[in-house]
Design a protein around this ligand. Structure first.
Ligand SMILES: [Zn+2]
Length: 256
């Protein structure tokens, strides 16, 4: 990679260091996660500071110092501010959960271009819709797990091979996730207490996945069903990730 490098990227998180400097962690569709420094970003009214806040999408001019192996932000042009996310706590908490998830899981090994598109689609949905972050997180999580290959489909029970999910002949069934075995189970094979969803919820997810996230999230389910789907997807996530996700404690802010 050249020492000078220009890329579109979305800001995942920022941190102040020293008196005036800003450490900016960005996700680039080509190069993945990069930590870069905006020197003097907090000095006076710096233009670069406002367009390097979390969830901003900008065109970054970066410089790589090969001796110190550090990235510096030399210039930045704003593309999308997503500023309404930072004004709505529920949106903010869901967006910060996605950021933490991408960072701590290293995008689960999925390609960065796919994750960049998913993340920016989900952010723009949050920015444009004054709605609960719950439905966006349902679709974000499902697509994130699908894109990284940790969920394929819900078509059969991992134990007995019975047809489950949207393709089953009965439509009032439920399927469950076993964190120990890392597979989905039919109701006969699942022991009590496992997180589960209805077949119609499974069909909802499968039918929505080819759609743009904003299109998919327009179709709301009732809040309990959305929460049930999200909790099962979180159980899948926990079964493959070692690191705890701190932002999970906050994503239900303002929901009850
Ligand atoms: Zn079974």
């Amino acid at each position: 990679m050249n020492r000078n490098y220009t890329t579109a990227a979305v800001v995942l998180k920022t941190r102040r260091f020293g008196d005036f400097h800003k450490s900016v962690t960005i996700l680039s569709p080509e190069s993945g996660i990069i930590d870069a420094v905006a020197h003097g970003a907090y000095k006076g009214k710096s233009r670069i500071s406002s367009i390097t806040d979390p969830y901003c999408i900008s065109e970054f001019e970066l410089y790589h110092n090969p001796v110190k192996d550090v990235w510096k932000i030399n210039g930045c042009e704003s593309r999308v501010m997503n500023s309404r996310i930072r004004e709505n706590l529920n949106a903010l908490y869901n967006a910060s959960f996605w950021s933490e998830l991408i960072l701590k899981s290293h995008a689960l090994g999925a390609d960065y271009k796919t994750v960049f598109l998913l993340y920016t689609e989900a952010l723009s949905f949050l920015d444009e819709n004054n709605t609960s972050g719950m439905i966006a997180t349902v679709h974000f999580l499902y697509r994130f797990l699908l894109g990284s290959g940790f969920i394929n489909d819900f078509s059969e029970c991992g134990h007995c091979g019975a047809v489950i999910g949207g393709g089953a002949a009965i439509d009032n069934g439920r399927l469950y996730f076993s964190p120990v075995e890392g597979c989905f189970l039919c109701s006969s094979c699942a022991s009590g207490g496992l997180p589960g969803i209805s077949y119609s919820s499974a069909a909802y997810l499968e039918q929505s996945s080819p759609l743009h996230l904003a299109e998919a999230a327009k179709k709301r389910l009732d809040i309990h069903t959305e929460k049930e789907i999200r909790n099962m997807l979180l159980a899948v996530l926990r079964s493959i990730m070692d690191a705890p996700l701190n932002t999970l404690d906050y994503i239900d802010y303002g929901m009850e």
